[in-house]
Design a protein around this ligand. Structure first.
Ligand SMILES: [Ca+2]
Ligand SMILES: [Ca+2]
Length: 193
């Protein structure tokens, strides 16, 4: 099958282009547009989720945040093209569980990326490290995507977010084409979520 060899070559190029350990990661969600996929939110503008600004730790969950009730709300961040993501930082109400998904460029489906667990304290708390807004939760493996989604999946029914960051390597002009090819050439292959 001629496709198999092409896929192997493409993956090698992507890995060769950006070893995460040597590269500087940047917040690729910074300034990117946030939209509502389902449900509706109250409070601050959706743009505050990707403005790079955290609320002071312990801020009341409805003060300067995007908040809602129930688990019907799904939010989406457009990353402006295919990019490789290595990790994420989320600031959310402390006593709930949230989840990030990424759009799989091969299948078009959304796959789980990170389940953001509840933490101690009260009010707005950053994950993975409530005491350090710069610590990045690294995914098990980098993913290539152009869109992420986030939702509350459980807790006390009162949910809020104040910052959603996804960290990756800014593609060099030539590397962007390779990333897109990696998603396109594999069309039809299935990945396990
Ligand atoms: Ca913010
Ligand atoms: Ca809550």
């Amino acid at each position: 099958m001629k496709g198999t060899d092409v896929i192997g070559i493409t993956v090698s190029l992507v890995l060769a282009a950006g070893p995460a350990s040597a590269a500087v990661l940047e917040n690729l969600a910074l300034g990117r547009p946030v939209s509502v996929v389902s449900g509706s939110t109250s409070g601050a503008s959706l743009s505050t989720l990707t403005d790079g600004v955290f609320r002071p730790a312990g801020t009341h969950w409805q003060t300067g945040t995007v908040w809602w009730s129930g688990t019907s709300v799904m939010l989406q961040v457009d990353l402006n093209g295919a990019t490789e993501l290595s990790g994420a930082i989320v600031q959310a109400d402390n006593n709930d569980t949230y989840r990030l998904w990424y759009r799989d460029l091969v299948t078009g489906n959304y796959a789980e990326l990170w389940t953001v667990a509840a933490v101690g304290g009260a009010g707005m708390r950053t994950r993975p490290d409530p005491s350090d807004n710069t610590e990045i939760h690294l995914f098990a493996a980098p993913v290539i995507t152009d869109t992420i989604r986030i939702a509350a999946i459980g807790g006390d029914g009162a949910y809020s977010l104040s910052e959603v960051q996804v960290w990756g390597i800014v593609p060099a002009p030539g590397a962007a084409a390779v990333l897109i090819a990696a998603g396109g050439i594999g069309r039809g292959r299935r990945r396990t979520a």
